[in-house]
Design a binder for this molecule. Structure first.
Ligand SMILES: Nc1nc2c(ncn2[C@@H]2O[C@H](COP(=O)(O)OP(=O)(O)OP(=O)(O)O)[C@@H](O)[C@H]2O)c(=O)[nH]1
Ligand SMILES: [Mg+2]
Length: 239
C-alpha cells in the first residue's frame, strides 16, 4: 500500500462556522498518510465559505478551492470532485460532509480498507456504528431509505445513504456520469447502485454520525420528495 495519492473532497454550502476547523481536523487525521490533498467544492455560499477556503489555501497549498457559480446540489458536487480526482490521477477519493457529522479521524481506516475493496463506507448501520443527536423522525426516514435501497435496488451495504466514503478512482470512473439521474440527496444510493452494477467490492467500517452543531441544514421536504422519486425511477427502470 505505497505510493498512492488521495484526494479528500468536501462539498460546502454555507459552512463558514465549520470549514476551517474541519480542514485542520482532516490534516491532523491524515498526518501519517503521504500525499493527501483536499478539494473544497463550494457553490458560491452566501455566507462567504468560499473566501475562507481561498485564504486557507494560501496558508496550505494542499487545499484546492473549487468555486461553482451557484447551488447545484450535493450529488453534482460529489461528481465534480470525482472528475477532478480522475483528471489529476488520484488513486483514492474520500468524501465527507463539512459539518463534522463524519469523524475525520476515521479517514485512515477507510483508506486502509481499500486494500481489498473498491469502496469503503463510513457506516452508521454496522455493529459498532451509530447516530448521535437525531430525533425519531430523522432515524425513521434514514432507516426507510436504506431498507428501500437494499430491497428495491439490491444494494449489498447497510449504509447506502451517507456521504462518508472512499472510492477507487480508476474503478468508479467506469460509470458514465450521464447515466446518473440524481443531483441531490438520492445521489448516494444511486451511485452505490451503479458501483455495485459494475462489480465494485463494497466494504463498511463503523462510525458514529454526529448531528450538525453549527450552521443550517440543506435538507428540506422538496429535496426528500425529489430524492424518493428519483430512486423509484431508478429501481423501476433498473438502469
Ligand atoms: N457544494 C454544495 N454542497 C452542498 C450542497 N448541499 C449540501 N451541501 C453540503 O453537503 C454536505 C451535507 O449537507 P447537510 O446540509 O449537512 O445535509 P444533511 O447532513 O442531510 O443535513 P443536516 O441535518 O443539516 O446535517 C454539507 O457539507 C453541505 O455543506 C450544494 O448544493 N452544493
Ligand atoms: Mg449534515
Amino acid at each position: 500500500m505505497s505510493n498512492f495519492r488521495t484526494l479528500v473532497v468536501v462539498a460546502t454550502y454555507n459552512e463558514k462556522e465549520n470549514i476551517e476547523r474541519l480542514l485542520d481536523a482532516i490534516f491532523e487525521a491524515v498526518d501519517e498518510i503521504p500525499d493527501v490533498d483536499v478539494l473544497v467544492v463550494d457553490d458560491n455560499s452566501p455566507d462567504g465559505t468560499g473566501r475562507l477556503v481561498d485564504a486557507y489555501s494560501q496558508r496550505n497549498p494542499r487545499v484546492k478551492p473549487y468555486h461553482r457559480a451557484g447551488k447545484l446540489g450535493l450529488g453534482s458536487a460529489v461528481l465534480e470532485g470525482l472528475r477532478y480526482a480522475a483528471d489529476k490521477e488520484y488513486d483514492y477519493v474520500v468524501f465527507l460532509d463539512a459539518d463534522f457529522s463524519h469523524p475525520p479521524e476515521k479517514i485512515p481506516l477507510l483508506i486502509k480498507g481499500m486494500d481489498d475493496h473498491d469502496i469503503m463506507i463510513g457506516s452508521r448501520y454496522v455493529p459498532g456504528g451509530g447516530i448521535e443527536g437525531w430525533d425519531f423522525k430523522r432515524k425513521f426516514m434514514s432507516s426507510g431509505i436504506n431498507l428501500f435501497s437494499r430491497v428495491f435496488l439490491g444494494i449489498k451495504a447497510r449504509d447506502c445513504s451517507g456521504n462518508f466514503r472512499c472510492l477507487r478512482v480508476a474503478k468508479v470512473s467506469q460509470i458514465p456520469h450521464e447515466s446518473i439521474r440524481s443531483r441531490g440527496y438520492s445521489f448516494q444510493e444511486e451511485f452505490l447502485y451503479r458501483c455495485q452494477k459494475i462489480g465494485c467490492r463494497i466494504g463498511e467500517t463503523p462510525i458514529t454520525f454526529i448531528n450538525r452543531k453549527h450552521g443550517k441544514s440543506n435538507l428540506n421536504r422538496g429535496e426528500i420528495v425529489r430524492s424518493l422519486w428519483t430512486l423509484l425511477v431508478v429501481s423501476v427502470r433498473r438502469g
